[in-house]
Design a protein around this ligand. Structure first.
Ligand code: AVJ
Length: 316
């Protein structure tokens, strides 16, 4: 198991992106900076929360329909997982696959990915595992295509919801090219009653708040930023017209924040926008996928229509 490591360009990274975020109005930073080791661990705790329905609902759908999905994937497939994380969901597919060519998890968090791969390899000793440490939202290389089977993409968790509509389209266009001749199996969270959405991002135990605030903890630890740990509050709400949950870090008072000799002012109530989590209708998502060149096929949903998994055929 030899990982393919792809470094990001020098002008990219947490420090320059955080400076850019703090100069901008409104202030916005990419949610990819949530996922250091502590953040990844907090996200896994979110997935276990009673209020956070997406993981549980998607896992049940995978469990129920894995044989049918494996049949669609077919023999000798090269399975590519975008933003692989803990590799919990893919196990359900792998267990049913017919002689897969290889499994290629792509993730930005190297240590986390390699740890998860070691555990997976122990469970599937015959599986060819080819991890790629890269930011899957930027151009990246993959191991060569199989001579026989197809490339199949797997993008669970409704992580597509983190992208603005134009970025989601860019990602889907990139995936359509990478997966030419194959397909994409993608998890998409559905529009539902706002109270249910609100609860999922404002859990009683405060894990989502800790996850959100972890961005500031990282800035202090990694970049030596001077930020009052008590100075910001977690804020998450459903923006119905834009069909998205927004997460922000909201300044509790007027204050200053120092990052590498620069000083930034926050007014009381001013926010740093840390994440969007878009929700879709089935038709709305299929239309978006269609614009990227995919052909919508099977859709699996739960009884309450809270979450969906889509089988999208990539162009030839
Ligand atoms: C991993 C992007 C799908 O949007 O629900 C969970 C991240 N943020 N709680 C989501 C998240 C707050 C999650 N995604």
């Amino acid at each position: 198991m030899k990982p393919l490591l792809q470094l990001v360009a020098d002008d990219e990274g947490f420090a320059p992106d955080l400076h850019r975020a703090l100069r901008q109005r409104p202030r916005t930073i990419s949610p990819k900076y949530f996922y250091d080791e502590a953040g990844s661990a907090l996200f896994e705790r979110i997935c276990e929360l009673p209020e956070y329905y997406p993981t549980r609902t998607e896992l049940a759908l995978l469990q129920r329909h894995a044989p049918e999905m494996a049949a669609l994937i077919g023999p000798g497939a090269q399975l590519i997982e975008y933003g692989a994380g803990a590799l919990r969901k893919v196990r359900l597919l792998l267990a049913h696959l017919n002689a897969p060519h290889s499994f290629v998890p792509v993730d930005i968090s190297g240590p986390h990915l390699l740890g998860a791969c070691r555990t997976l390899q122990a469970e599937f000793p015959a599986l060819a595992l080819q991890p790629v440490i890269a930011d899957f939202t930027r151009p990246h290389d993959l191991p060569a295509r199989p001579a026989q089977g197809r490339r199949i993409g797997f993008f669970p968790g409704s992580s597509i919801g983190n992208f603005a509509p134009e970025q989601a389209l860019d990602f889907l266009r990139m995936a359509a090219q990478q997966l030419r001749g194959g397909a994409l199996l993608i998890g998409v969270d559905l529009i539902k009653e706002p109270a249910l959405l609100h609860a999922a991002y404002n859990d009683a135990a405060g894990v989502t708040a800790a996850f959100n605030l972890n961005i500031l903890a990282r800035a202090r630890q990694e970049l030596g930023a001077q930020i009052d740990p008590e100075g910001f509050a977690h804020s998450a709400f459903y923006n119905a017209p834009l069909q998205r949950i927004e997460m922000h870090l909201q300044s509790r008072r007027r204050q200053q924040l120092r990052l590498e000799h620069r000083v930034y002012e926050f007014e009381a109530g001013e926010t740093l926008h840390t994440e969007n989590s878009y929700k879709f209708s089935i038709e709305g998502f299929q239309a978006l996928a269609g614009k990227a060149g995919f052909k919508a096929a099977t859709v699996w949903t739960d009884e309450r229509d809270w979450f969906s998994l889509h089988w999208l055929q990539a162009p030839d």
